[in-house]
Design a protein around this ligand. Structure first.
Ligand SMILES: C[S@@+](CC[C@H](N)C(=O)[O-])C[C@H]1O[C@@H](n2cnc3c(N)ncnc32)[C@H](O)[C@@H]1O
Length: 340
């Protein structure tokens, strides 16, 4: 009897640990089933992309699609669209079309292929970049006066469409231009074609910037937070970290205005291809915030008052301006890093 009594607690523990192991196993099997389903969904969608490439184009397109897929499965994090230099080509260094040299322009323009979606027409490309630069200049004048020696970062600078316009201030007032982009190719283009005083660097989709604490006076970005679906809050904190106390953050975002713009253009092919049916069906933004799209074309929307509230948690919101010129449909968020 005493022997049985002695054996009972270890037996109970054995039974308990067996039950726990069985429960763990059930959980593991469930996660495995979910992982397999997710992988099957992903494979089906990749296969569809490949089939489309095969049905519409020749070997070059198929090879390019395959290279991109290989990159997505190997080097690319599954969220974000960081594109290393060998993302879509095997040979390095990359080939760039010759830049465009225009009389009166102190910096070369990227060839149309290196403008990453912005106008191929030189005059329009310059005009549009100039309008955006003017938005930043005006915010600086309103909130910082006429500073000299200002350290300026273009967050998501691409091949310098906006940054180039601050060459004037560099020459006249000693402004120090910085640029960061998660795509390596435009950064390499800038390294090859812009002067040494442009501190340009390839970034990461994880919220990290290669700058010291409290080191920048102004950070601006056009059409960047409009694509940041994930970790936007950590990005705001990272931007805040590198801003000097009192420094300015100027970023365009999608609000009800952009939603209405897309709805007005809902029949255009470029809207149909890249935007959720929900947006094109509803004339007004009927949710507080909305994210959609795959990693390459993700879109992020906020209702204006929700953006103010959410951004205001991390930075002091100074103003949220409606689209500032005829070529923009994005609102402009202007924030300041608090002094303390
Ligand atoms: C629509 S483009 C706009 C480019 C540029 N701002 C302009 O207005 O010409 C968006 C850019 O933001 C970059 N980007 C997106 N997320 C980023 C991030 N977390 N850090 C740096 N760049 C980012 C993309 O690689 C892309 O070049």
């Amino acid at each position: 009897m005493r022997k049985i009594a002695l054996a009972l607690p270890p037996l109970r523990r054995l039974v308990e640990s067996r039950d726990a192991a069985l429960a763990d196993r059930a959980l593991l099997e469930q996660s495995l089933r979910e992982m397999r389903a997710e992988m099957a969904r992903q494979a089906a969608s990749d296969q569809a992309v490949l089939m489309q490439a095969m049905s519409t184009d020749g070997d070059a397109r198929i090879e390019r699609t395959l290279t991109m897929m290989r990159a997505e499965y190997t080097v690319l994090p599954r969220f974000g669209f960081h594109q290393p230099l060998d993302y879509d080509q095997d040979s390095l260094p990359p080939h760039f079309d010759p830049p465009v040299i225009l009389p009166g322009e102190s910096l070369p323009l990227p060839a149309p292929a290196d403008r990453f979606g912005y106008p191929a027409d030189d005059a329009l490309y310059l005009h549009m970049g100039g309008l955006d630069a003017a938005v930043v200049r005006a915010a600086i004048a309103r909130h910082l006066g006429a500073p000299r020696d200002l350290a300026l970062l273009d967050f998501g600078c691409s091949s310098g469409r906006v940054l180039r316009h601050f060459e004037v201030e560099h020459q006249a007032q000693g402004w120090r231009p910085h640029g960061v982009d998660i795509q390596a190719r435009p950064i390499e283009w800038l390294r090859l074609h812009f002067p040494q005083h442009y501190m340009v660097t390839t970034g990461t989709v994880q919220p990290h910037l290669p700058f010291e604490d409290n080191s920048l006076d102004v950070i601006y970005g056009f059409s960047v937070f409009t694509h940041i679906k994930y970790l936007w809050d950590m990005w705001l904190l990272e931007l805040r970290r590198v801003l000097k106390p009192g420094g300015l953050l100027v970023q365009t975002i999608h609000t009800e205005n952009a939603w209405a713009f897309y709805h007005r253009n809902r029949d255009a092919a470029w809207v149909k291809q890249a935007h959720a049916a929900r947006m094109t069906e509803s004339p007004t933004m009927d949710v507080d915030w909305f994210h959609h799209g795959d990693i390459a074309v993700s879109q992020a929307f906020w209702k204006a008052d929700v953006a103010r509230r959410n951004w205001g948690r991390y930075l002091e919101v100074l103003e949220l301006l409606p689209p500032q010129h005829e070529m923009s449909f994005q609102d402009v968020m202007v924030c300041r890093k608090p002094l303390r």
